[in-house]
Design a protein around this ligand. Sequence first.
Ligand code: NI
Length: 173
Amino acid sequence: MAIKKIITYPDPVLRKKVEPVTCFDESLKELTQDLIETMYAAPGAGLAANQIGVCLRVVVVDASKSEEEKQPLVLVNPEIIEKEGCQIDEEGCLSVIDLTAKVERFKKLLVRAQDLDGKIREFAAEDFFARVIQHELDHLNGVLFIDRLSPLKRALYKKRLKKILRAQEEGAV
Ligand code: NI
């Protein structure tokens, strides 16, 4: 297990096509352990494999809000098969530095995913749990939450990010 570096926007890796998992082997288990450890270290409520540079359809999620009882959930080749309702709430992303914004999401989902053995399961998700799943599945499709903001908000963020990155570069010299 290892804490991996989380890739941040505007790195083009985050926009790359992500392939389905076909091999349920030891390396998949290692990948999910790394994802879980990296998610908790960040800390975050979810992490997609392509955020650490592995282009496979794997995400980990922990929408439990208690620090005591960690409940990591591994979703392999996840898909949303039913969705309904609407919720709007503040959202952030480990790959989008220094930004939170209100994003509209479906309120309830029916999700189908495989586990580490390849077994298919379906489950319902709602509210924050459903939000995290939608956010992570977006990652697997190369979509970031900033893509769901208004063009103006997105443009302002890009401008601000440029300044932040420039300041970081200057600081590093
Ligand atoms: Ni994210």
